[in-house]
Design a protein around this ligand. Structure first.
Ligand code: GLN
Length: 456
């Protein structure tokens, strides 16, 4: 299996651009060792996997899609990478991504363009677009991504995959290069709900090395996926979010996306679910709140990249002092979107503007959480389209940051509230995949998997 995927990478990845680094020799060696040891013990033994380049991997180059980390080989591995290793999986390599996970198309990578396997002139989504292209293009059976504002769900949606953002705190962030710490969450991307569930159970659970890790059992999502596959949702109460693809949705949605969404809702009803419309008025404010909170946290997190401890150092020839070397390193090491976010975040956090921007955004975040709580008093899950549009042509939004940000319209509320959300394929529009998003209360990730499996 490992060899077959490496062969496919060798023939396809020059054009597809899913990987930043392929660990071919190490993968073959490890696969051989697992073969020799036999496959007893775990269902994932010998199964290859790809990791987004945001996860640090001991001895394996890790860049987070940025020039500033070029050539860096981490001295340790992320908890999720170690857990996958312990489960017997074989690492195929590290996948491309928007620089520091900032973006929705993978075009902000400092290294290469990644293409959508469904139409190679279109984007694979982002920021986990290398992972989505790898799995959709059969260059990996499944992969890990991270989701801060939609970066697992949106690339999954536009490449016809299942992608799940777990409950915040239920999967370790240790060894995940931080973008926005109160939002970042790792999760599975796969071609079936069951594959995603197997991957999820292998990485989930408490980690004492992550201070925001929830001390709880691993969520039983495999069992939920199995149960859902029967297709019976009788008694389940489903809320269609009025503001997201429902009656009150604003502009910006493809007609085809809204049609597939309506069909998916009809399918849920046919499976026995009790469907009603639910209003979450604060969701309309998720986009502006997110684009203040995430850059604010990023501006603080990215301060650690100063050219002294990791990656590249520019201009250190004895003629410059430390501040000049730092400035030069950052000028050349960070791309334009990362600089834009640092400036935005620094501004929003500065004395005099803090209350007006960051403080306000945090209040909006609370309102969004309250909308979820109120909605979940009456329904078990909420549904919406995952992405308002299908994959767009490469280059179409690169000069328009606001158009790029609009791709996150439907995914941001669950991110800000920390609740779990899955994207599952629900048909095609103009020959391109459309995703259904299923959101559930915190720690009820099993509901996402059950519903996704029922409509898969
Ligand atoms: N597209 C969003 C952003 O650019 C979300 C990215 C993410 O989830 N990592 O911030």
């Amino acid at each position: 299996v490992t060899r077959a995927h490496l062969d496919r990478i060798a023939t396809e990845d020059g054009d597809l651009g899913a990987y930043l680094h392929v660990t071919a020799d190490a993968a073959l060696q490890r696969a051989g060792e697992i073969d020799a040891a036999g496959t007893a013990g775990t269902g994932l033994a010998g199964i290859p996997v790809a990791l987004k380049d945001v996860f640090v991997t001991e001895g394996v180059p890790t860049t987070s899609g940025s020039r500033i980390l070029e050539g860096w080989r981490p001295p340790y591995s992320a908890t999720v990478a170690s857990r996958l290793h312990d489960a017997g999986t074989v690492l195929l390599g590290k996948t491309n991504m928007d620089e520091f996970a900032m973006g929705s198309s993978t075009e902000n990578s400092a290294y290469r363009v990644t293409r959508n396997p469904w139409d190679r002139d279109r984007i694979p989504g982002g920021s986990s677009g290398g992972s989505s292209a790898a799995v959709a293009g059969r260059l990996a059976p499944f992969a890990l991504g991270t989701d801060t504002g939609g970066s697992i769900r949106q690339p999954a949606a536009v490449t016809g995959l299942v992608g799940h953002k777990p409950t915040y705190g239920s999967v370790s962030r240790y060894g995940l290069i931080a973008f926005s710490s109160s939002l970042d969450q790792a999760g599975p991307m796969a071609r079936t709900v069951m594959d995603a569930a197997l991957l999820h159970e292998a990485i989930g659970g408490h980690d004492p090395r992550d201070s925001t890790s929830i001390d709880t059992r691993v969520l039983a999502v495999v069992e939920a996926a199995r149960r859902g596959a029967g297709g019976d949702l009788s008694g389940l109460r489903v809320g269609v979010v009025r503001e997201l693809g429902g009656e009150g949705a604003g502009e910006g949605y493809d007609t085809g996306v809204l049609e597939r969404f309506a069909e998916a809702v009809a399918l849920l009803e046919a499976a026995g679910a009790d469907v009603r419309e639910v209003s979450c008025p604060a969701f309309d404010l998720a986009l502006p709140a997110y684009y203040l909170i995430a850059p604010s946290e990023a501006s603080s997190n990215l301060a650690r990249f100063e050219g002294m401890r990791f990656g590249i150092r520019v201009g250190d020839d004895g003629s410059r002092d430390i501040d000049e070397v730092m400035a030069l390193t950052r000028e050349q090491g960070f791309g334009p979107e990362v600089k834009r976010r640092i400036i935005l975040g620094t501004y929003a956090l500065s004395a005099g503007y803090y209350d007006a921007y960051y403080g306000q955004a945090q209040k909006v975040r609370t309102l969004i959480s309250r909308d979820f709580s109120a909605a979940f008093d009456g329904v078990d899950v909420l549904v919406s389209p995952t992405s308002p549009t299908v994959a767009w042509p490469i280059g179409a939004r690169v000069d328009d940051p606001l158009a790029m940000y609009a791709a996150d319209l439907c995914t941001l509320p669950a991110s800000l509230a920390g609740v779990p959300a899955i994207s599952v394929p629900c048909g095609l529009s103009e020959g391109l995949p459309v995703g259904l998003q299923v959101m559930a209360p915190a720690l009820a990730d099993d509901r996402c998997y059950r519903v996704a499996a029922a409509v898969e």
